[in-house]
Design a protein around this ligand. Structure first.
Ligand code: PLP
Length: 415
């Protein structure tokens, strides 16, 4: 199906998908790329009420680890935030409790049919001890999208949950070192808790938030990674759920990651379709900086949000900063479909300037090379260089906002 035919049959796509070259993989015109969340069940029962919060403090506070011992996602704070939900009564009063095991019947639906979605965001402490979150409303919007798609309750406008997360993070502030690169990783998790083997929408759910103190992803500075272009396994597909943060999207990606590691690569570069469209890298969004073949102008590309790409908060931030700060320098910023072949051609012609992944855990992760069809595609870093110019500047700008060096509306002050 050519794009022209596609546009004739689905005129609505024309308005909603700008900046798209004729090579974009929309060759399945009658299938939506992603089920809009409003079509799934949305709860209209009592909303989350932060004023009903009760707090039970631990009697056995944990020791604080030296910052150098922090390993991502291994250590957790003293408490957890929990909210139960039932289809008859809506959200129950929120509770902060000592960190503890969950007790669930073996027939609970999350264990059998993967009613689970999650979020990842961080609380940052600056030199003066002030704590803030970074664009938490984006995480709330994405949580709603994920939850609604698997018939779990949504969190309304997210303001109540943000307030609760802020209270929780402030309570755990002794775990956050006041140094650049350190933070408290927050993991809101929503599961279906109905005790049944029947396949249907869960009548009850549990939302919990746990927190893990984390150190800089690259303690000794950037380290560029290598990627294996992967098309034998597919992370996300048209009409699937790749744009939702469902736990079920992650487990199937581990085996290909092990395979890539066996061949000496750090991560998978997920390709899609016979055309080998470049989608995401590992659990990050993917950007490339290239020079246009005709004009020589510099362009920053990332895949469009076509339903197969997770809508990363960092991706959105990089795009916004690039439009604000790189475009005045002459850059063009494009959300566009591009293939591995295009990337390899740009590299061969010396037009691939740099490539990097983006995500909350790492901010930006520069890429040195991509293994593809038995060859190495060199991503533009010079010998001994670990990051390109755009990656370095983006990390600087985003961390500057996260750690309060730059006052910015994206920073949500906790205290
Ligand atoms: C598949 C995938 N893509 C991209 C991202 C980056 O998203 P964010 O920038 O919101 O962390 C993540 C991490 O959450 C992810 O799991």
């Amino acid at each position: 199906m050519t794009r022209n035919l596609l546009l004739r049959t689905r005129p609505s796509l024309r308005a909603s998908r700008p900046h798209v070259p004729p090579t974009t993989p929309w060759h399945l015109p009658h299938r939506p790329y992603s089920l809009p969340s409003q079509e799934a069940s949305l709860a209209s029962l009592p909303p989350i009420d932060p004023s009903a919060l009760t707090i039970t403090r631990t009697t056995t506070p944990k020791p604080i680890l030296p910052p150098s011992d922090l390993i991502f996602g291994r250590n957790f704070t003293d408490h957890m935030l929990t909210l139960e939900w039932t289809s008859s009564t809506g959200w129950h009063p929120p509770r902060i409790l000592p960190y503890q095991n969950l007790s669930l019947d073996p027939a609970t639906c999350v264990f059998h049919y993967a009613f689970e979605c999650f979020e990842g965001l961080k609380a940052y402490k600056n030199r003066d001890g002030a704590i803030s979150l970074f664009r938490p409303s984006k995480n709330m919007a994405r949580l709603n999208n994920s939850a609604a798609r698997i018939c779990l309750p949504t969190v309304g406008d997210g303001k109540g949950l943000i307030e609760l997360i802020a209270r929780f993070a402030a309570m755990e502030e002794r775990f956050i070192p006041a140094a650049r690169g350190y933070s408290l990783y927050l993991r809101p998790t929503l599961i279906g808790t109905q005790r049944t083997l029947g396949v249907g929408p869960p009548g009850s759910a549990l939302l919990f938030v746990i927190a893990s103190p984390v150190g800089p992803y690259y303690p000794t500075g950037f380290k560029a990674v290598s990627l294996e272009a992967t098309s034998y396994a597919v992370r996300a597909w048209p009409g699937g759920v790749g744009d939702k943060k469902l736990g079920a999207n992650y487990a199937p990606c581990i085996m290909p990651q092990l395979q890539a590691a066996k061949r000496g690569f750090h991560q998978n570069l997920w390709l899609f379709g016979e055309e080998e469209y470049v989608t995401e890298v590992g659990t990050m969004n993917f950007f490339v900086a290239v020079r246009d073949r005709e004009t020589g102008g510099k362009e920053l590309w990332t895949a469009p949000l076509d339903g197969t790409i997770l809508e990363g908060v960092t991706r959105d931030s990089v795009l916004a900063l690039a439009r604000e700060r790189l475009v005045p320098e002459g850059w063009a910023v494009r959300e566009r479909g591009f293939t591995m072949g295009e990337l390899a051609a740009a590299a061969d012609e010396g037009r691939l300037l740099e490539a990097f992944g983006t995500g909350t855990a790492v901010v930006v992760s520069p890429v040195r090379r991509i293994g593809w069809r038995g060859r190495n595609v060199d991503c533009g870093l010079r010998e001994g260089e670990e990051a390109g110019d755009v990656a370095k500047r983006m990390k600087e700008w985003i961390e500057g906002i996260q750690y309060g060096d730059e006052q910015h509306p994206w920073s949500f002050k906790i205290r």
